[in-house]
Write a protein that binds this ligand. Structure first.
Ligand SMILES: *Cc1c(COP(=O)(O)O)cnc(C)c1O
Length: 320
């Protein structure tokens, strides 16, 4: 039996990360409100430290390490933002970090991770099993593994973003959350169920990789091939045990959007709101615009989960 994290764990995480994480702003846009006939509240985790919400979960997890764990170090695998989050948190806490990253991860993310002082090991994610590679290294070097999403402390930490949003704007009718492995969605659902019980909570994933949607609808975790999508933070192959248990219990549904809708949302956020949001970070907003939800007259929370995108790539996506 899994012991699932609860809203109390989200509250405890908020206290642990309070001195280190930014309380990110909640932005509004009259144009977006007019276009959708709704009131949108954007929780801007693109302004979080290291550029994404993942700092919250990583710092919450590492700050609970024992002295022996701190000394030996942490290991993880990640296509980018979790890598930077672990690397930065580890540096802040004086813990050595080893990170497995895919060869084709955006160069900015690899550079940033090395820049925070972590040892980066590159691997081919279309050929090798990153979880097995990581487990092997962890065992040989005595490192503690903090995975990107399927860990109670990571989920609790990620939930602090939605908690801040709901504390600031009070109850919502809808909450739209980007979905990869489900840490952000599970944590957000814990916060929403506690602070806004009638809020409909939706995960949003790329149409090319709708394993979360399939999992929720079939009642068990569905595994898929690594999806090809511009949403590189949501190229996960399956939900986790912890995240799925919470998503199943507390999330209303999982929606999908295509890459062209992500580009359109990115363009709107840049042009109208002067914000740089990475493709994965646009999933929730793209769903608000294109998923056919009945948002008219409603209060809608949208988590913009991160802003780490190469500027060259950003330009190519907007001006192909
Ligand atoms: C990791 C990530 C996600 C997905 O989060 P999960 O907890 O894996 O579901 C969404 N957006 C960004 C920017 C991310 O880095």
């Amino acid at each position: 039996m899994l012991t699932l994290p609860t809203y109390d764990d989200v509250v405890a995480a908020a206290a642990r990360i309070g001195n280190q994480a930014h309380r990110t702003p909640v932005m509004r846009s009259r144009t977006a409100d007019q276009q959708l006939g709704a009131s949108l509240f954007f929780k801007c985790e693109n302004f979080q430290r290291m550029g994404a919400f993942k700092f919250r979960g990583a710092f919450n997890a590492l700050s609970q390490f024992s002295a022996a764990q701190r000394q030996a170090g942490v290991i993880t695998f990640s296509s980018g933002n979790h890598a930077q989050a672990i690397a930065l948190s580890a540096r802040l806490l004086g813990i050595p970090a080893t990170i497995l990253m895919p060869l084709d991860a955006p160069q900015t993310k690899i550079d940033a991770t090395r820049g925070y002082g972590a040892e980066v090991i590159l691997f081919d994610r279309f050929k090798s099993d990153r979880e097995a590679l990581t487990a092997d290294l962890a065992a040989r070097r005595g490192l503690s593994l903090i995975p990107p999403y399927d860990h109670p402390d990571v989920i609790a930490g990620q939930g602090t973003a939605a908690r801040e949003l709901l504390e600031e704007v009070s109850e919502l009718d809808f909450l739209l959350v980007p979905l990869g492995g489900g840490g952000l969605l599970a944590g957000s659902a814990l916060a929403a169920r506690a602070l806004s019980p009638n809020c409909k909570v939706y995960g949003v994933e790329p149409a090319a990789g709708n394993d979360g949607q399939q999992s929720l609808r079939s009642g068990s975790i569905v595994h898929i091939e690594t999806p090809r999508t511009i949403a590189d933070g949501a190229q996960t192959q399956h939900l986790g045990e912890y995240t799925f248990a919470i998503i199943r219990r507390d999330v209303d549904d999982v929606l999908t959007v295509g890459d062209p809708e992500l580009v359109e949302a990115m363009r709107f956020l840049a042009e109208r709101m002067k914000m740089l949001v990475e493709p994965t970070g646009c999933l929730g907003f793209a769903a608000a615009r294109h998923a056919g939800l009945a948002l008219a007259g409603k209060r809608v929370g949208v988590i913009l989960s991160g802003g780490n995108v190469d500027l060259r790539r950003f330009g190519e996506l907007l001006f192909p």
